[in-house]
Design a protein around this ligand. Structure first.
Ligand code: MG
Length: 162
C-alpha cells in the first residue's frame, strides 16, 4: 500500500511524463515542418516513449492502492530557434526529469517504501540513457556545423534503440 505522500509525488510525475510526451510531440511537428524529417521521427518515437512512461506510473500507482489522476497539460512551446537549441532544451528537460525521479526515490527512503524504491530503479537507469542520448546529439551537432545538417538528419535515423 502506497502512502499519501508518495501517491502525490507519483501523480506529479505522471503530469511531468505526459508533459514530456507533448513537448517532444511539439518539437517533432516543428522538425517535420522545417525539413528535418529524420529529427522529427526521432522526436515522435521519443514522444511515444514518454507516454509509455506515464502509463507505467499510472499502472503502478493503481496497483499499489493509490489512484492515478490524468492531468490537464499545459501547452508546450511550438516554435524553436534552431535544432541546437531544441536539443539543449531536450537535455535540460531530461535533467529536470532525472532530478524529479531522484526526489521521489528520496521520499521512498523517508517513507521506508522499498517496493516503490525498487520499482523506481528502472527510471533511475532510464534517465542515464535519456541524458546520454540528448548529450550525444548535441555533441554531434557541434561537430558537424550547419552546412551538414542534412547529413545529421539522415544520421539521427540510426540513433534509436542504442
Ligand atoms: Mg520519461
Amino acid at each position: 500500500m502506497i502512502s499519501k505522500k508518495l501517491e502525490e509525488a507519483i501523480n506529479s510525475q505522471i503530469d511531468k511524463e505526459f508533459y514530456s510526451s507533448n513537448l517532444y510531440l511539439s518539437m517533432a511537428v516543428w522538425a517535420d515542418t522545417n525539413g528535418l524529417n529524420g529529427t522529427a521521427k526521432w522526436l515522435y518515437v521519443q514522444a511515444d516513449e514518454e507516454r509509455l512512461h506515464m502509463l507505467k506510473f499510472i499502472q503502478f500507482l493503481n496497483d499499489r492502492g493509490g489512484k492515478a489522476e490524468v492531468p490537464a497539460i499545459k501547452k508546450p512551446p511550438h516554435n524553436f530557434k534552431d535544432i541546437k537549441s531544441l536539443f539543449k532544451l531536450v537535455l535540460d528537460h531530461e535533467i529536470y526529469i532525472s532530478e524529479s525521479i531522484n526526489d521521489i526515490v528520496s521520499l521512498t527512503i523517508q517513507e521506508k517504501d522499498h517496493t516503490t524504491n525498487n520499482w523506481l530503479q528502472f527510471f533511475v537507469n532510464e534517465q542515464i540513457q535519456e541524458e546520454k542520448s540528448a548529450q550525444e546529439i548535441i555533441d554531434k551537432l557541434k561537430l558537424i556545423g550547419d552546412a551538414n545538417l542534412y547529413m545529421f538528419d539522415r544520421d539521427i535515423l540510426s540513433m534509436r534503440n542504442e
